[in-house]
Design a protein around this ligand. Structure first.
Ligand code: NAD
Length: 490
């Protein structure tokens, strides 16, 4: 991200503060990953803009928090309807901004963004609080929940509108007001959402969006004394910085971070289904999903058969122009990220790994206009030791490693042998084993014989370096509210 030169023909985004679009003095360039060209100017907001947004959110809080959950839910449903009505425009923008295929934007990102609002509009109506069943020292005790205040929401670039709305929806459904900062690399759909919020009747100041970089706008938001809660999704390194920065204020923190997710495949798995799903779990959205599989452990008796079938399927996973419906993957988010992902493949090769397909062996046939785009084909490695950085660090790209194992204990130990603990996948037809292994894996989410099946009522989040706290139905409700115990003497 560099300071942009003046290019008036580019799309220029504005901040959304107090229900109004407000232009910013400084901007950063945002690139179309499929061409490598600058196409958009994103506000490079500073403390000044963040202060104005927090002031607007504070002003809106008394009215919004006093409304009934039903009244707030009605606004959320209108917003969901408007996202649905603008599905195609939003999907086109998301694909261009992020590099993902139009198909993924149309079938995953934008429908889920609408559903986030619809889900929390309903979910917020169904929570109850506790009441003591009998008198305790002549008192009746009960709990009540109230919104926290101004919520600071910070989101990443991989699922831009999807993850931003996953935070905005529960925050405002529970009566908070919001200052959100999307990733500076993918800000366009958040900006489009602002127009829809105006149309849906979201009152001015209830949702403010400040665009800009992490170290500038993000840091000002995290360090703002009037923002008592931060919900952050992004990398573990940034989360460490946010934790330090917010510590003096004792902020409520929810941190949804990176992963190094294992798939454990036993010999009795339905191989056909397992191969098809594991290709998807490794490469969907260019492997740029925190839940993507990047370590595949296969029971030795089926290792060769699995590897052969998996590599054949990976070779069929097509990478190319995002708008082409025949392509499974588009472009990676940035030139720097592409270089980082490719450096892991080079490292694995230098350590003696076998490269079965993808980077460097399967050249991409791209049209002239896209030759400078940040494309990389689905890449499969084997023979990478568990101690390698390639098996330990989050790559966040279309690269996965396959390795054999001999026993259940070994598979669990190796699955757990990283500092992350976000998700894991287990493949077996033995129901006892599925339960045993799922129980022993250190991961916030374990899928068995499937992947990425999400019930939004369930707690979502990671163990170890993959996060702090959980979000989802009841957990989001708890996070975005404060509980109070009330004792009535009678
Ligand atoms: P990132 O940490 O670089 O940035 C995330 C957001 O934080 C961006 O909006 C960025 O501008 C902001 N930011 C950066 N520095 C900041 C600072 N000092 N103070 C405040 N804000 C700051 O992450 P990314 O590269 O955008 O996203 C990829 C990462 O996100 C991967 O590690 C991925 O696994 C993770 N992720 C996790 C989940 C999950 O639910 N667990 C979901 C998606 C992505």
């Amino acid at each position: 991200m560099q300071k942009s030169s003046e290019q008036p023909s580019l799309l220029v985004l504005e901040n959304f503060i107090g229900g109004k679009f407000i232009s910013c003095r400084d901007h950063v360039d945002s690139y179309d990953p499929s061409t490598g060209e600058v196409y958009c100017k994103v506000p490079d907001s500073s403390k000044e803009e963040v202060d104005a947004a927090v002031a607007a959110a504070k002003e809106a809080f008394p009215d919004w928090s006093a409304r009934s959950p039903q009244e707030r839910a009605e606004v959320l449903v209108k917003l969901a309807d408007l996202i649905d009505a603008n599905m195609e425009e939003l999907a086109q923008a998301e694909s261009r901004d992020q590099g993902k295929t139009l198909t993924v934007a149309r079938t995953v990102d934008i429908p889920r963004s609408a559903y986030n609002f619809r889900f929390f509009a309903s979910s917020v109506l169904h929570h109850t609080t506790d009441c003591s069943q009998m008198d305790h020292m002549g008192c009746l005790n009960y709990t009540t929940r109230c919104p926290v205040g101004v919520a600071g929401l910070i989101s990443p670039w991989n699922l831009p509108l999807y993850l931003l709305t996953w935070k905005i929806a529960p925050a405002i459904a529970t009566g908070n007001t919001v200052v959100a900062k999307p990733s500076e690399m993918t800000s366009v759909t958040a900006w489009m959402l602002c127009k829809l919020m105006q149309q849906a009747g979201v009152p001015p100041g209830v949702v403010n969006i400040v665009f800009g970089t992490g170290p500038r706008a993000g840091d000002a938001l995290v360090g703002h004394p009037d923002v008592p809660l931060i919900s952050f999704t992004g990398s573990t390194v940034t989360a460490q910085r946010i934790t330090e920065r917010s510590a003096p204020y004792c902020k409520k923190l929810s941190l949804e971070l990176g992963g190094k997710n294992p798939a454990i495949i036993f010999a009795d798995a339905d191989l056909e289904q397992c191969v098809a799903t594991t290709v998807r779990s490794s490469f969907l959205n260019q492997g740029e999903i925190c839940l993507c599989t990047s370590r595949i452990y296969v029971e030795r008796s089926i290792y060769s058969e699995f590897l052969e079938k998996f590599v054949a399927a990976a070779k069929k996973w097509k990478t190319g122009v995002p708008s082409d419906p025949n392509n499974n993957n588009g472009a990676l988010i940035s030139k720097e990220h592409l270089q980082k992902v490719r450096s892991f493949v080079a490292l694995a090769k230098s350590e003696g790994a076998t490269l079965h397909c993808g980077d460097g062996v399967d050249p991409l046939d791209l049209p002239q206009r896209h030759k400078s785009g940040y494309f990389m084909p689905a890449t499969v490695l084997s023979g990478v030791p568990d101690s390698s950085r390639v098996m330990q660090e989050e790559i966040f790209g279309p690269v996965t490693c396959v390795s054999p194992f001999d026993s259940e204990d070994e598979a669990v130990a190796r699955g757990n042998g990283v500092r992350y603990g976000l998700s894991a996948t287990v493949w077996s037809r033995d129901v006892g084993r599925v339960h045993r292994v799922a129980q022993r894996l250190q991961a916030g989410v374990v899928w068995t014989n499937c992947w990425l099946v999400r019930d939004l009522n369930l707690p979502f989040g990671g163990m170890k370096n993959s996060g702090v706290g959980r979000e989802g139905g009841k957990d989001s409700y708890d996070f975005f509210t404060e509980v109070k115990s009330i004792t009535i003497k009678h």
